[in-house]
Write a protein that binds this ligand. Structure first.
Ligand SMILES: Cc1cc2nc3c(=O)[nH]c(=O)nc-3n(C[C@H](O)[C@H](O)[C@H](O)COP(=O)(O)O)c2cc1C
Length: 220
């Protein structure tokens, strides 16, 4: 059996499947890097079934209900965490906020400090707050002492203007459309794969050394 020596955790919320599709692409990219265990997890739903029904989310959510719910200790045991969230009024969704607000105990122990953190998003419209969602998400990651990684311009197709596309130096993204009718394009999925691979490559150089760095810093 192959020994996996580092863990990349992908934690996300998706209502209609856009972020789920992007998460699969991030996972595909991270899987390319040797000795990487890639784990996909969802954050718990907070909306009642009747509200989800009114929002037309029930059928879509069934297609990824097999993805397990993330346990807090899984964050602590990962070497890198890549978070995915739909935009809600220019910010992360409440389901993700609630999940993160339960990580105070991990913060107290600096359990996520020195781990690689990254974010990808989805929004209905092109200028509906993808960048503000990622950048404001980074604040929480910084409080945890995480090392933030985005989507460098090495992924040159984030700059293309021959088609409508998500993707920015802050992270991969997709544009879902006002009725959530548009699924991630091939370019957006390529950005997500790139981000996953890039993070796994960086993490492969850091994995196993985080504790050493933190202990060293505590002595200074
Ligand atoms: C309450 C609410 C607020 C939203 N706010 C925004 C927004 O600020 N900008 C935007 O472009 N889309 C917004 N959307 C659309 C979602 O971002 C979109 O449905 C989502 O990205 C689809 O991804 P998912 O299928 O993974 O949930 C909002 C949706 C809801 C329900």
């Amino acid at each position: 059996m192959e020994i996996k020596h580092m863990k990349v955790l992908i934690v996300y919320y998706s209502m209609y499947g856009h972020i789920h599709r992007m998460a699969e692409a991030v996972a595909k990219g991270a899987n390319v890097v040797d000795s990487t265990e890639v784990v996909m997890r969802r954050v718990p739903e907070t909306l009642p079934a009747e509200v989800l029904k009114k929002m037309g989310a029930i059928e879509a959510q069934k297609t990824f209900s097999h993805i397990p719910i993330c346990m807090l200790d899984e964050l602590a045991s990962a070497d890198a965490i890549i978070f995915g969230t739909p935009t809600r009024f220019g910010n992360m969704c409440a389901q993700m906020r609630q999940f993160l607000d339960a990580t105070g105990g991990l913060w107290k122990e600096a359990a996520l400090t020195g781990k690689v953190g990254s974010v990808f998003v989805s929004s209905a419209t092109q200028h509906g707050g993808q960048e503000s969602t990622i950048l404001s998400f980074h604040i929480t990651l910084l409080h945890h002492g995480m090392i933030i990684v985005g989507l460098p311009y090495l992924f040159t197709n984030q700059a293309r203007i021959d088609e409508i596309t998500g993707g920015s130096p802050y992270g991969a993204s997709t544009i879902a459309g006002n009725s959530n009718e548009r699924m991630p394009s091939e370019n957006e999925l390529a950005a997500a794969r790139f981000q996953g691979k890039y993070i796994a490559m960086i993490t492969s150089k850091l994995a196993g050394h985080q504790r050493e760095i933190i202990d060293g810093m505590r002595k200074t």
